[in-house]
Design a protein around this ligand. Structure first.
Ligand code: PAF
Length: 272
């Protein structure tokens, strides 16, 4: 595995590759969720590139940019074990210049996650577009856990006619159901236990729908009832375009929940 720090190094290597390139963009602190993306990329492409870059433009003032977990040495080992070909780890000054062409995410970036974090998705799309420009992947892998991010990236690729396949990947969970997240390490053991109500509520919603309940309000109330002891930020039932819906449509619905544990926000969802 080669570790690359500059755009020039990666672009020069990229010019010599004429086979499929699978790309997994990350902010590091790799866990089994990232590993599942990398493994999928490994099985589906001749060349695999992973990037680790904690992107400042997607953090709002006062968010956890400085505290965001950084585990470069462990991450390098994980990438090595997963047989990544190239690990791209740029500095902020490598990725950004003083004045930038800005990306404006569409209106649906200002609901749900974007309501709590206005402007967050502008930063996500900006960095993802830069990374796509540098790596020019055939296939790029994103987790379904960040469902709104995934939806906006799909839209960006479509709107900007980028010749890249976006591959949505399943959420990876702990055995007890907690969705993996780099931010789980912020939880106390008590909060970690309480956080299980999130996946429990989604499983119950899934079971209710499997029994034939398609009324979104009834399903939402079930989730709210189970998550009641938590500080709920939102529960939303949307279609794949992120429009709120009244009636659940099979294969076209995502149920999203966010709960807050002091400064830590935990997101989870299920795709129906
Ligand atoms: O999902 C993430 O880890 C980040 O938002 C991404 C896509 C790597 C962009 O910084």
């Amino acid at each position: 595995m080669q570790i690359l720090r500059t755009i020039e190094e990666l672009q020069n290597i990229r010019k010599t590759i004429s086979t499929n390139v699978g790309f997994v963009p990350t902010m590091g602190a790799l866990h089994d969720g990232h590993i599942s993306l990398i493994k999928k990329a490994r099985t589906e492409n001749e060349i695999v590139i992973v990037s680790i870059f904690v992107n400042p433009t997607q953090f709002l003032p006062g968010e956890d940019l400085d505290a965001y977990p950084r585990k470069d040495e462990a991450d390098k080992k994980i990438c090595e074990l997963c047989k990544v070909d190239y690990l791209f780890m740029p500095e902020i000054s490598t990725m950004y210049s003083k004045e930038e062409v800005l990306i404006k995410a569409p209106n649906k970036s200002y609901i749900l996650e974007g309501l709590a974090r206005p402007g967050h998705f502008d930063g996500v799309l900006q960095v993802v577009l830069k990374l796509f420009g540098i790596t020019q992947p055939t296939n790029a892998y994103f987790g379904k856990k960040d469902a709104q991010q995934l939806s906006l990236i799909l839209q960006m690729v479509k709107n900007l006619f980028l010749p890249i396949n976006i591959i949505p990947c399943e959420i990876v969970r702990e055995k007890d159901g907690l969705a993996l997240s780099s931010r789980n390490i912020y939880l106390s053991s008590e909060q970690r236990k309480d956080a299980l109500l999130i996946s429990k509520s989604l499983y119950s919603a899934g079971a209710l729908i499997a029994k034939g309940e398609l009324n979104a309000t009834i399903v939402k109330n079930k989730i709210l009832e189970i998550m009641r002891p938590l500080e709920i930020e939102y529960v939303a039932i949307v279609d794949r375009e992120f429009n709120e819906i009244d009636t659940i449509e099979l294969k076209n619905t995502i149920i999203l929940v966010v709960a807050r544990f002091e400064k830590t926000r935990l997101l989870d969802n299920i795709w129906i």
